[in-house]
Design a protein around this ligand. Structure first.
Ligand code: KG4
Ligand code: ZN
Length: 338
């Protein structure tokens, strides 16, 4: 009997559903929420409402695309956290209701673990133990993965996440939310060596991005005093320079983590791993560093339900099921920091 799992993701501003049959993703459909663009960030209440409107059509479309009936499902996996509480509530309630109605197991998934297990959707898979740099809108972590379900955070940001660094500096440049993909787009026409920003000096394997954000803010303020069109005239070079700085900071810390642990199986994941400069920089340096590098396809970098379904699959094999009393958690401590 094949194992068929429905995955549901609703932690932030993407409503996504995926169907996995025997470890293979057969459908993955995501509805983005354009409603936030003009506010410069995700508005939690608007996100919850959009999830409510989207969840049933997205699940129906996914089942149709997979050509399966609800009755074929063996389990429902959903994002329990971390994320926006109201947004998580929608996916959690829907998954609980469906599991109850179909009398099938319910599986709670940790969103950050799912970003890492996105590497098991397609071959080649990283070999255990491996290190994963998970860079998203809310988190920046270096995780030591010992097994599909055993992971330890060995470094993380002490302030802003890498995605926030992209989004907040994009906002200073007058770009809409989310600014990361726009910086990436404009950087393609710019010179990354044009402007230099100080790199944070953080000991151990932790990160800090708030100092970089402040230095860019002051730099722009000073330049605009001299020339009010400074941003418009230098947008492409600014984007390329900011992107190059952030990618460089991430690579340096990963080199340190690899040396510290002696691990050469290196993966990147999360929304910021969609960044073309980060992908290029890690790929370009991997050979010299003796790394086997793993970078997910673009559709599995940003939030998606395929990663929830694959994590659900590994939990299903271990019979790690949730009770109907389970609640979503905005902060969830499961991936342990040492
Ligand atoms: O993993 P994700 O989809 O959601 C969270 O779990 O937070 O990550 C979203 C983040 C946003 O900060 C967005 O700007 C960033 O990923 N991002 C990018 C790119 N695509 C998405 N940052 C830089 N370059 C990109 N191409
Ligand atoms: Zn995410």
């Amino acid at each position: 009997m094949p194992v068929t799992i429905l995955g549901i993701e609703s932690s932030c501003d993407e409503t996504s559903a995926a169907v996995l049959i025997d470890g293979q993703i057969v459908s993955n459909i995501t509805a983005d929420q354009s409603v936030h663009a003009k506010y410069g960030g995700v508005v939690p209440e608007l996100a919850s409402r959009a999830h409510q409107a989207n969840i049933i059509p997205v699940v129906s479309a996914t089942l149709r695309d997979a050509n399966i009936d609800l009755k074929k499902l063996n389990a429902v996996a959903f994002t329990q956290g971390p994320g926006l509480l109201g947004a998580l509530m929608v996916g959690t309630s829907y998954a609980k209701g469906l599991a109850l109605a179909l009398d099938i197991p319910l599986i709670a998934v940790h969103h950050m673990q799912a970003h890492i297990l996105a590497h098991f959707i397609k071959y080649p898979h990283p070999q255990f133990p491996f290190l994963c740099l998970t860079v998203s809108g809310g988190h920046t972590q270096i995780v030591l993965a010992q097994d599909h379900l055993q992971m330890k955070v060995i470094g993380q940001t002490i302030d802003d996440a890498a995605g926030e660094a992209f989004d907040k500096t994009a906002k200073m440049l007058g770009l809409n939310y989310p600014g990361g993909p726009l910086i990436d787009k404009y950087a393609k026409q710019g010179n990354g060596d044009k402007f230099h920003f100080p790199e944070p000096q953080v000991p151990d394997l932790n990160f800090s991005f708030s100092g970089l954000k402040t230095s860019i803010l002051y730099f722009l303020r000073d330049e605009i005093r001299k020339n009010e069109n400074f941003i418009q005239e230098n947008l492409y070079d600014l984007c390329a320079s900011i992107q190059k700085t952030i990618a460089g900071i991430l690579l340096k810390k990963m080199i340190k983590a690899a040396k510290h642990t002696g691990i050469r199986e290196i993966a990147i994941s999360g929304g910021v791993s969609a960044n073309s400069e980060l992908r290029r920089l890690f790929t370009e340096n991997a050979k010299e560093l003796g790394w086997n590098i793993y970078i997910p396809d673009l559709e599995y970098c940003t939030d998606n339900a395929a990663m929830i379904a694959i994590t659900g699959y590994y939990k299903y094999l271990k019979k790690e099921f949730a009770e109907q009393t389970i609640i979503p958690l905005a902060r969830i401590p499961e991936l342990k920091s040492h």
